[in-house]
Ligand binder design. Structure first.
Ligand SMILES: Nc1ncnc2c1ncn2[C@@H]1O[C@H](COP(=O)(O)OP(=O)(O)O)[C@@H](O)[C@H]1O
Ligand SMILES: [Mg+2]
Length: 230
């Protein structure tokens, strides 16, 4: 199953959800790969010692196997390059080039499926780019990750409008929920409300370090919900 994470704005928590949801699904015995596709704002590279980046994997014939960073049993991550040159290259990419990347992405997904990955989590670029919108088409289930703040929520309406012809299961993951926002209601289906662990933000595998934290419980429930959807 391919899970696509999207958001209107950057910084809403896509990468945080990708790694922690991936971790929880792997803990439940599923084989999971997280792919960081936000090549304009890479963040996962700092947690892995690697020279193998998704940018290269998606622009040349290569085997995904060589780009996997193993986090733990059943959990691997493919990260985006932090090099300024690669970030600039992504900013300059034409729609035709993006289309080629999307085609390569489909080959990579097929290869990962042949390696028996149960879940592939796509940590997509934010906003309405050619890449992000078309990437919705390769997912089986789409999650819009949003903070419960006015600006992010306005962006949600736009994402739903743009994706209205994409016939996939679509849910919202509300992230960084606080006392003030915990009772928020939306007109879209909400799959999870992830609290803010605002005192600790620099922890990509939060659920591993803080097993009993309410954030970890929320990810556990989300993982169970996803397993129930299959
Ligand atoms: N629920 C949360 N509690 C605490 N920190 C969070 C939470 N969600 C995201 N963060 C932190 O906020 C920052 C932005 O999140 P990130 O996942 O990188 O956003 P995106 O990938 O959507 O740009 C990161 O430092 C991340 O660790
Ligand atoms: Mg990110």
């Amino acid at each position: 199953m391919i899970i696509g994470l999207h958001s209107f704005k950057g910084g809403s928590g896509k990468t945080f959800v990708a790694t922690n949801l991936g971790y929880k699904l792997s803990e439940k015995g599923r084989k999971v790969c997280v792919i960081e596709l936000d090549m304009k704002a890479p963040s996962l590279h700092s947690f892995f010692e690697t020279e193998k980046f998704v940018n290269e994997l998606l622009t040349k014939k290569a085997s995904a196997r060589d780009y996997l960073n193993e986090v733990k049993e059943n959990l691997s991550v493919i990260v985006a390059s932090p090099s300024l040159q690669e970030i600039k290259r992504d900013l300059m990419r034409s729609d035709v080039e993006s289309l080629k990347i999307l085609k390569r992405l489909q080959e990579v997904l097929a290869e990962l499926k042949s390696m028996n990955f149960d879940f592939i989590i796509l940590d997509n670029p934010p906003g309405l780019s050619y890449m992000s919108v078309n990437s919705m088409l390769v997912s089986d289930i789409i999650f819009f990750v949003s903070r419960a703040e006015k600006d992010d929520l306005a962006g949600l309406n736009i994402l739903y409008e743009v994706s209205k012809n994409v016939e996939k299961q679509k849910y919202v993951i509300l992230n960084r929920i606080t006392e003030r926002t915990k009772n928020i209601r939306l007109s879209y289906p909400v799959a999870a409300k992830i609290p803010c662990s605002c005192e600790i933000t620099d922890e990509p595998f939060f659920v591993e370090t803080f097993k009993e934290h309410e954030v970890s419980r929320a990810f556990d429930e989300l993982a169970e919900k996803i397993l129930g959807l299959r």
